[in-house]
Design a protein around this ligand. Structure first.
Ligand SMILES: Cc1cc2nc3c(=O)[nH]c(=O)nc-3n(C[C@H](O)[C@H](O)[C@H](O)COP(=O)(O)O)c2cc1C
Length: 217
């Protein structure tokens, strides 16, 4: 696919079909993602594939935790909404507003998004990305480049993705199921698969005007 088309076609899919992704396809996508730049070529990333029984084990434990009211405990701490900068808070508020508008009412938006989220977006595969525990912020930067290259490579192969906080909110469950060593930080899960043709997948997040973020001096 043409580069610009790939970039424009990638978007977060929240409802995947159960069509499986072959190990060779996963390998090809991850191999392409390895072309991402990193600090002194440190390549701090690792990818753990959850599918079949391991993914089911994660889902079962997440549901158990959720039902027991267990607090989320992600390896990367989250910030309270009020602690984000004013502009980023405004963008997030606008995004929530657009979702509600897309579903036409708050209750439906909330119910559909929550159901998708609780089911880890029904994805047949989640790629879990880690970096070493004692990493610098630069490795987080590198992992971001790796993740985006991976998602674009997936799109180029006709696959869809969504990176989620939601899939790493109970890291112990993921670590157990995938045998992730304690000296690695679980950063994010990227759901991978084929999008269903459903309403939720028709939603597109907008972007601010380029002149609001691009500064020529
Ligand atoms: C680190 C990260 C975590 C995210 N976590 C979630 C999540 O838990 N649930 C969700 O529905 N979307 C999640 N998203 C997707 C964002 O909402 C989405 O990327 C943003 O709205 C832009 O939309 P697009 O990806 O469709 O272009 C996450 C995105 C990133 C980069």
């Amino acid at each position: 696919m043409d580069f610009k088309k790939v970039v424009q076609a990638r978007h977060s899919v929240r409802d995947f079909s159960d069509k499986k992704v072959s190990p060779q396809t996963i390998k090809n996508i991850v191999q392409l993602a390895q072309q991402a730049p990193s600090w002194v070529n440190s390549q701090p990333w690792k990818v753990y594939v959850a599918q079949g029984q391991s993914l089911q084990a994660i889902k079962t434990k997440f549901l158990e935790n959720e039902t027991a009211g267990k607090k989320a405990d992600p390896d990367f701490p989250t910030l309270h909404r009020e602690d984000w900068s004013e502009e980023t808070q405004a963008n997030m508020k606008q995004w929530r507003h657009e979702i509600v508008h897309y579903f036409e009412n708050f209750d439906e938006a909330h119910a559909t998004m929550t159901a998708a989220s609780d089911a880890l977006n029904y994805a047949p595969t989640i790629l879990y990305l880690t970096i070493p525990k004692n990493s610098s912020a630069w490795s987080v930067f590198d992992l971001g480049a790796f993740a985006q290259t991976l998602m674009l490579a997936a799109k180029d192969q006709g696959l869809d993705t969504i990176p989620t906080y939601n899939s790493v909110r109970y890291p112990a469950a993921v670590r157990n199921a995938l045998q992730i060593p304690d000296d690695e930080t679980l950063a994010v899960g990227i759901s991978l698969g084929y999008a269903k043709d459903t309403h939720i997948n028709g939603f597109r997040s907008k972007r601010v005007d380029v002149d609001d973020i691009l500064k020529f001096n």
